[in-house]
Design a protein around this ligand. Structure first.
Ligand code: URA
Length: 198
């Protein structure tokens, strides 16, 4: 398993817990758990849904086709992938890439919350319905589909992060490329919040 050298001891401890986790049945069939990666001082923190096949194979987040698209669109919005923390709501691949169920989310999210606390990013960007659904349930945000809530900025008070900006999941963009400019617009909004020190 690969550790990111830029992780501080606490992030590495969280990653070790994830890699050896057996709290739900997804542990039985995984090749690798995927803790996520990025620098300790990341200001932008991206949260997908769950690892896919390539991520399960490599133990790294967003390394398949949709990861390639994510990297390109991050660059278009003025970010370098290596400056961002990238992870998912759950850390092991569900069979056939089905959506994670409630029990899997419930047992896995303490890892995500610890990662957010440890990095204390200024802006969280949730990617897709599952990721926004987790935040809307946890922080009592509007229960809306991603298409109706994307690009809005929510102030968060009870996490290490300051703002949440929901947007589409890159996998959805591969099927509907018309959404790509909206996704880039949402990332640019995140950049504005970071650069303008709001
Ligand atoms: N999709 C996700 O939500 N997370 C990954 O790590 C890869 C694909």
């Amino acid at each position: 398993m690969r550790y990111d050298k830029r992780m501080d001891p606490l992030l590495s401890e969280i990653a070790k817990g994830i890699i050896s986790c057996t709290k739900c049945d997804l542990a039985e069939n995984r090749i690798n758990a995927v803790p996520g990666e990025g620098p300790q001082n990341s200001e932008l923190f991206l949260i997908g849904e769950a690892p896919g096949a390539k991520e399960d194979e490599t133990g790294r987040p967003f390394v398949g086709q949709c990861g390639k698209l994510l990297n390109e669109l991050l660059a278009e919005a003025g970010f370098k992938r290596e400056d961002c923390f990238i992870t998912s709501v759950i850390k092991c691949r569900p069979p056939d890439n089905r959506n994670p169920n409630k029990e899997e989310i419930r047992s896995c999210v303490p890892y995500l919350l610890s990662q957010i606390d440890s990095v204390s990013p200024k802006v969280l960007v949730s990617l897709g319905n599952v990721s926004y659904g987790f935040f809307s349930n946890t922080f009592h945000l509007p229960k809306k589909k991603i298409g109706d809530v994307r690009g809005q900025v929510f102030r968060l008070h009870s996490t290490g992060a300051s703002y949440l900006i929901p947007t589409y999941h890159p996998a959805g963009l591969m099927y509907n490329r018309k959404l790509i400019p909206l996704f880039v617009e949402d990332l640019r909004k995140a950049k504005y919040y970071l650069d303008d020190k709001i």
